[in-house]
Design a protein. Structure first.
Length: 303
């Protein structure tokens, strides 16, 4: 199975700049990608350049990562920061003017706002050109198992989003298995109950990060009558065949989350250390330059 979904007739060859696309068509396309023959592999960008580069690589849709957006500002993720909210909206606007493929925006838990404010945010994102958003039910500042937002309150936020921007694909994230000591010990009944509540409120899909066990994933697919999104976890074998296996299990969307952002940080530091050691490799080894885009190529991504 290919790891890259092909674009649609609404995209250019690069998936970046060009005539402003029909966003209504792209939103319909984004919904349809969750019901295609293969799961939607959604890479998560943190700024306009990373989003444009991923689109140019041929990915059918792009997501944003709240960690990447927040960390680039020097702010922590998941704290409901007004600065991060403003940066998220600004990024959504930039992507709307540059990308010709669908994109979806991670809005943490709604940045600590109530239904009215979250609905207004959703409307802003839709007007910017976004095709979807990701909304999580974990409270900011959680530790260990951490507190979760009451399912009924989270349903109010989802309902507000759908009332304000009915076309947006709402990916409702359930944090019952996220940031826990042993995800295998988590009971699935609460996850399934929350999924039922969120779907009844209008969510289009369910995202359960932190699940990797095939039996658990199979149970979630069987018990949730909507596209299931999981977080990509390569595993000790490097993840060979992972996407194909997730497809067999019935997963409809696979996100990279903050992985690409964290990997970019690692690559930058590794290369800087190689320069310091006076041993930069022009090839593809650690600290190597093979495949690094040139100055002009990055300039073109920003045009």
């Amino acid at each position: 199975m290919s790891a890259v979904n092909t674009g649609t007739d609404a995209t250019t060859d690069t998936g970046t700049t060009g005539t402003r696309p029909d966003r209504t068509h792209l939103t319909s396309t984004f919904h349809a990608l969750h019901h295609a023959d293969e799961p939607l592999l959604l890479p998560n960008a943190w700024d306009a350049a990373s989003a444009a580069a991923l689109a140019a690589a041929g990915f059918a849709a792009i997501g944003t990562t709240s960690l990447g957006v927040a960390a680039a500002l020097g702010a922590p993720d998941g704290q409901g920061s007004a600065r991060v909210r403003d940066a998220t909206v600004a990024l959504a606007r930039r992507l709307g003017s540059r990308l010709t493929c669908p994109y979806t925006v991670d809005i943490e838990g709604g940045f600590g706002c109530g239904p009215k404010e979250v609905g207004a945010l959703a409307r802003q994102l839709a007007e910017s050109g976004a095709s979807g958003l990701n909304l999580e039910d974990g409270l900011p500042g959680r530790t260990g198992d951490g507190p979760l937002v009451a399912a009924a309150r989270q349903a109010e936020l989802i309902r507000a989003v759908k009332e304000s921007a009915p076309g947006l694909y709402v990916n409702a994230r359930i944090d019952t298995h996220w940031l826990v000591d042993d995800a295998a010990t988590r009971p699935l009944d609460e996850t399934l109950a929350r999924a039922e509540t969120y779907l009844a409120a209008g969510a289009d899909g369910i995202f359960v990060p932190g699940v990797a066990d095939e039996q658990v994933i199979g149970t979630l697919v069987a018990g949730i009558p909507a596209p299931l999104n999981v977080l990509y976890t390569p595993g000790p074998d490097g993840g060979r065949g992972r996407l194909a296996r997730l497809a067999e299990l019935g997963v409809r969307r696979v996100s990279t989350g903050s992985l690409l952002f964290r990997s970019a940080l690692h690559a930058a530091v590794t290369l800087a250390e190689s320069v310091r050691a006076d041993g930069v490799d022009g090839g593809g080894g650690p600290g190597g330059l093979a495949g690094v885009p040139g100055y002009g190529e990055v300039q073109r991504l920003a045009e």
